[in-house]
Design a protein around this ligand. Structure first.
Ligand code: DGJ
Length: 729
């Protein structure tokens, strides 16, 4: 019998009379078809009771079309049927030699697990499927949830122990995603390092395994937990792209594997490195959510789906959350030299330029005059702030701005009162070195006493002061992740419990202080992932604020993450790398995300202050489009001397084109830029912010803009411009 469950979903790509349910289930053949507007995903139980992937790609609407799960044959004694399978959630057991999603060791040393379908529960927005070992009451509950408007499916797994003996989980992955059988796929991922995050890499997938991971305890600058796979023929706007992102801010791992049988599969979840999570009888372990989707409109289509999904389904407050305010942050201006008088002077200047949120960065607490002392002592430094923070906060509020404060709650300097009182609170292996990085140690957030203490400190700050915003920093990875108070067999739970406690502290703070907003920072973009994004409002993209470098960092960032959360500051020149770019260029680069100012406003000339105020006013006119609109990456900074990005507002009434030229050679004109995402039949009024439109156009059709395109007079080094399009008919 065929059962149709769930939401009625109109699919614009099929005849209007045809429709598909979000969840369709064929009881007789035990096949599920999960459908969103942009994708379908199917899996079913084979004759042996094993759950197999059947389909992932563009939407299907007819469950009956799907054939039963094929029976796999042994190719040779070296190529058993398991190796040809498309297991939805392969456990290590039987003859499986590829990356598995579950591996355990029982008390008696037995490590074999073979999972079979046990039961399921269909829901309006997904299905839970229980798989159980053929012998023991050990198993997993696989959770599938669909987001019909976003092309996205989430998967996670709960590993459970219903036996009367403990076992240790050595690998718990959230999902295995099987791609259509084939070869010639390409993998895109984001890599980098501190101050050079999220650079886009695109490379062929060959037979073997590519490991994307963090072993650092946080998400890491090195690789971000996002992937995209195409059949080597996708472009920004065309071609099939399968993509995914893991919602976890600790040690994570995504493997991309092509077997000799032309099977490409992606497996992701907790990093297996140093992983050992004991489960006593009755206990369970839940993996992070692994979100994945499909786009038939190239990499641009994939990122637009993810952006909208994040804005509406992931971020706190979702679609109702407010537009990001223009902020000022004092870090690059004053570093640790923060004083009430100095911050007040900056605040007055910031307010005059149109800043809405004034953030005091590092240096306001304890003996924090440099990075060698004070972390952990979250008490206002009385020399720097004789009236506590209230003197400053009241001035900031009177100037019409909200107040924000930097904190780094997970860290401690050895030179701090907190460390002197609680040396056991840092992660450590007794008698072994305690490696310091930036002179700091990592608190063991897996400990509940540490968690409660830090919650208390932050709660008190948020209660005592009118704080709208915490910039939550984390400036080093883990080392010596020991938890000596815990039994030896339970110490490695730290990797998971640390992150869960971190999430809990943020969740509780937000629940108690509903207006509080949080920025996730980890020395720049070291903690950007869908797990932290469920609980913060924006992220600090990179400590590299140099505008030309930022174009590359932002290009990569935008593959996976929405411009709304991409905090981007205008800072002084020459920048860290010695480069100087014009103020207009720096503003236009930063205006492509959540605009902030990090410059020393005391040094701005009256002309610069005036230009800054004009640019901030302009940003406020277009920020709805930038933050909530659709992004089209028109020309990439990786392959062109001209970079162009276009944003189109959700209602299609406004669009903004940003264009940058880093170094013109041979007096060559900039290429004609073809716009996208417009209504070809509509007419748009063009407003160049600085008369750089070469042809004096004022009103033109969407068809002209997308087919004939715009010529911009970008010349010399670090030239830039923006054109605002308003739909007039
Ligand atoms: C690293 C951050 O990324 C910077 O913006 C700044 O907050 C410093 N930490 C302060 O120590």
């Amino acid at each position: 019998m065929l059962r149709l469950i769930g939401l009625l979903l109109l699919l614009p790509f099929v005849a209007p009379s045809l429709f598909a349910q979000a969840v369709q289930y064929d009881e007789a053949r035990k096949i599920w078809l999960l459908t969103t507007r942009q994708s379908s995903y199917a899996m079913g139980v084979d004759a042996n009771g094993s759950l197999q992937s059947l389909y992932w790609g563009a939407p299907l609407w007819r469950l009956q079309d799907l054939p039963a799960v094929p029976r796999r044959r042994e190719l040779s004694s070296f190529d058993p049927p398991e190796m040809l399978s498309t297991d939805e959630f392969p456990a290590w057991g039987g003859a499986r030699y590829f990356e598995t999603a579950l591996k355990i060791t029982r008390e008696d040393g037995d490590r074999d697990v073979v999972l079979r379908y046990q039961s399921h529960r269909n829901l309006a927005d997904g299905v839970d499927i229980e798989l159980r070992d053929i012998k023991d009451r050990i198993g997993v509950t696989l959770r599938y949830r669909i987001f019909p408007d976003y092309g996205v499916i989430s998967r996670s797994a709960i590993v459970w122990n219903r036996t009367d003996k403990p076992f240790v989980v050595e690998s718990a992955q959230s999902a295995t995603w099987n791609l259509p059988a084939g070869e010639g796929y390409r993998l895109s991922y984001l890599t980098g390092r501190w101050a050079a995050e999220t650079q886009l890499v695109r490379e062929p997938i060959h037979t073997g395994m590519k490991v994307l991971e963090s072993r650092k305890g946080h998400t890491s600058h090195g690789i971000n937990p996002w992937f995209a796979i195409d059949a080597s023929d996708a472009t920004e706007e065309t071609g099939r792209v399968w993509f995914g992102a893991l919602a976890w801010s600790g040690n994570w791992r995504i493997t991309v594997e092509q077997t000799p049988y032309r099977q490409v599969r992606v497996t992701g979840g907790f990093n297996t490195f140093d992983f050992a999570y004991p489960l006593k009888p009755g206990e369970s372990l839940e993996t992070p959510d692994f979100f994945a989707g499909f786009s038939a409109t190239g990499f641009g289509g994939a990122s637009r789906l993810l952006h909208r999904f994040e804005r509406e389904q992931v971020l706190p407050g979702g679609a109702q959350s407010r537009l990001r305010p223009v902020l000022y942050n004092s870090w690059e201006a004053t570093t640790f030299n923060v004083t009430e008088a100095g911050q007040k002077a900056l605040a007055e200047k910031a307010a005059k330029t149109g800043v809405e949120l004034f953030v005091v960065d590092d240096g306001w607490f304890g003996q924090r005059n440099n990075d060698r002392a004070g972390l952990g002592d979250w008490f206002v430094n009385p020399t720097k702030f004789p009236q506590g923070l209230n003197g400053l906060i009241e001035s900031v509020n009177k100037l019409g701005m909200d107040f924000g404060l930097w904190v780094e709650p997970e860290m401690i300097n050895a030179n701090s009162d907190l460390y002197r009182a609680h040396p056991d609170w840092v992660m450590n292996f007794p008698g072994r070195p305690r490696t310091e990085l930036r002179n700091q140690l990592v608190l063991n957030f897996a400990r509940n006493d540490v968690k409660e203490y830090i919650f208390g400190v932050l709660d008190k700050l948020a209660t005592d002061y009118n704080i709208r915003y915490f910039k939550w920093d984390m400036n080093r990875p883990f080392a010596e992740p020991g938890w000596p108070e815990q039994a030896a067999g339970e110490q490695r739970e730290l990797w998971v419990r640390y992150v869960r406690n971190l999430y809990e502290v943020i969740d509780r703070l937000r629940a108690k202080h509903p207006k509080l907003e949080i920025e996730s920072c980890s020395g720049g973009g070291g903690r950007v992932d869908l797990g932290i994004l469920r609980r913060v409002d924006e992220v600090w993209t990179s400590d590299n604020t140099e505008a030309f470098d930022r174009l590359r960092i932002q290009e990569g960032f935008s593959q996976a993450y929405a411009p709304k959360i991409m905090s981007a500051w205008v800072t002084d020149v020459p920048n860290q790398n010695g480069r100087s770019t014009p103020l207009k260029y720096r503003f236009l680069v930063a205006m492509q995300g959540a605009l902030g100012i990090g410059a020393n406003l005391n040094r701005w000339t009256p002309q610069e202050s005036d230009e800054g105020a004009k640019m901030i006013a302009l940003y406020k006119r277009i920020r709805g489009t930038v933050q909530m609109g659709e992004l089209y990456r028109l020309l990439s900074p990786s392959s062109n001397d001209v970079t162009a990005n276009q944003y189109v507002s959700a209602d299609g009434k406004q669009s903004v084109l940003f264009a940058f030229r880093h170094s013109q050679q041979f007096n060559t004109a900039a290429p004609t830029i073809l716009l996208r995402g417009l209504d070809e039949r509509a007419v748009y009024r063009l407003e160049s912010i600085d008369n750089q439109l070469t042809e004096g156009l004022q009103q033109v059709s969407g068809a002209y803009l997308m087919r004939r395109g715009l010529n911009l007079n970008l010349r010399g080094d670090y030239d830039s411009t923006a054109v605002i399009l308003e739909r007039v008919q």
